[in-house]
Design a protein around this ligand. Structure first.
Ligand code: ZN
Length: 420
């Protein structure tokens, strides 16, 4: 279902702080089922796109297995009416049971994030079946395009082998160590991505006194970090943007993935309706625990609104949450380490209030398959912090601290590789 963008426009024109309050109020007011969402399948041989309704129940997202089978083909039927359903697709027999949190395919059993459920005549399976398991179990036929939340169906094989076995399950995620394939030396971190937040039509947060936009401040700091890193190391440094331009959040992680970067650091400026709040914090991707962390994530994820032709960002967002397991979770520990080291360096800056290591669900960090951190340098909403952000010496101190943090992390990582 489409979202109401006219209401959205009003929301997007509001001040960031007002946006946070409104968004928080809307989230609290929403029913537990959440926003109506969708999911689509691209049937490649026919260049046909099929939209499927995502049904939310008990905090999980489901697809109607009947609708999925209608889109993809195969034979679907009850084995035990109202209890157990089987779906044979390309020679693989999938068996789902009402209320069970696993299913079988061929000889294997697979864990689900939520139980299958029979609901008003529909047999519901978690969206995970289409997003994760079809591409995993029938890799020649299916792939999942995370960028547009679409299952790509390349069509059934010309001659389905009778009794074909599904591919061996492999652990979820892309546990590819940073750098490249291979072992030993190849796992070394060779490239890092520095991501100045916002840009173009997305100014980020805006200061009151100096009329400074977050997008300008963070571009300046990021450029200094890149310069420092090049001077002090032989790392390849990639900036997601080197000028005032708009780059979608998902694209930023993709840039890092394409370059085979070993780490990703996104640089931002925080803001709050509470003008007393000040200081810096560094975040890694995880579920937010406090209201303050949630507010910061909401502020930064607000950039998604500038990605105009995404007719159902909400859907993409929800499915991204499932995918988080498969991407950043692989690097959770490393991301926490990277964030912690960077924050310790920033805390050394004179006059800086250390808000410490934090965690929240940032869209920009979700798609990067590598250790990733997001630095909230200071609060532009706080008069003293705003003054600091306006000074070139503070920005240079920030850049030095972030550089030192990155270099310490890389050094520590390389020591671990050789077992020192
Ligand atoms: Zn930001």
């Amino acid at each position: 279902m489409k979202r109401n963008w006219s209401a959205g426009q009003v929301y997007y024109n509001m001040q960031p702080t007002a946006r946070i309050l409104l968004a928080a109020a809307v989230l609290l007011a929403l029913p537990a089922e959440g926003l109506p969402t969708g999911f689509s399948v691209l049937v490649q041989p026919e260049q046909r796109s099929v939209d499927l309704t995502v049904v939310s129940a008990e905090n999980a997202d489901y697809l109607d297995l009947g609708a999925l089978a209608a889109a993809l083909g195969g034979r679907l039927g009850w084995e035990t009416v109202g209890e157990r359903i089987e779906w044979e697709l390309d020679g693989v027999r999938f068996v789902f049971d009402d209320l069970l949190t696993f299913f079988s395919a061929g000889d294997g059993q697979y864990q689900l994030v939520a139980p299958c459920r029979l609901d008003a005549g529909r047999f519901l399976v978690p969206v995970q079946v289409a997003v994760e398991y079809l591409p995993r179990l029938l890799p020649q036929r299916f792939s999942y395009n995370k960028l547009d939340s679409r299952l790509v169906d390349r069509g059934a094989p010309a001659q389905p082998l009778s009794g074909a076995r599904p591919a061996q399950p492999r652990p979820p995620g892309q546990p590819r160590p940073p750098g490249a394939a291979g072992s030993g030396q190849n796992y070394r971190i060779r490239a890092v991505v520095i991501d100045p937040g916002h840009g173009g039509q997305d100014p980020g947060t805006i200061g009151r006194r100096y009329k400074l936009d977050e997008k300008q401040i963070v571009l300046d700091v990021a450029a200094l970090v890149a310069k420092n890193l090049k001077k002090k190391s032989d790392l390849e440094v990639i900036l997601t943007r080197g000028r005032d331009e708009f780059i979608p959040l998902a694209e930023r992680g993709q840039i890092a993935n394409r370059k085979g970067a070993g780490l990703f650091v996104s640089i931002h400026v925080n803001a709050s309706s509470d003008r007393q709040l000040n200081g810096s914090s560094t975040y890694f991707l995880s579920a937010a625990k406090t209201d303050e962390e949630r507010a910061t994530a909401m502020l930064e994820n607000g950039a998604l609104k500038y990605e105009v032709d995404e007719r159902d960002q909400g859907r993409r967002d929800e499915i991204s949450l499932i995918l988080q397991d498969m991407a950043q979770n692989e690097y959770l520990r490393e991301s926490q380490e990277l964030s912690s080291i960077i924050q310790k360096e920033i805390a050394k800056i004179k006059g800086m209030n250390d808000r410490g290591l934090r965690q929240a669900n940032f869209a920009v960090l979700r798609g990067a398959y590598m250790p990733a951190a997001l630095v909230e340098t200071a609060y532009i909403s706080n008069p003293a912090d705003e003054k600091l952000l306006n000074s070139t010496s503070f920005r240079s101190n920030l850049a030095e601290a972030i550089t030192a943090g990155i270099l310490k992390y890389v050094d520590q990582y390389h020591r671990k590789l050789i077992g020192k």
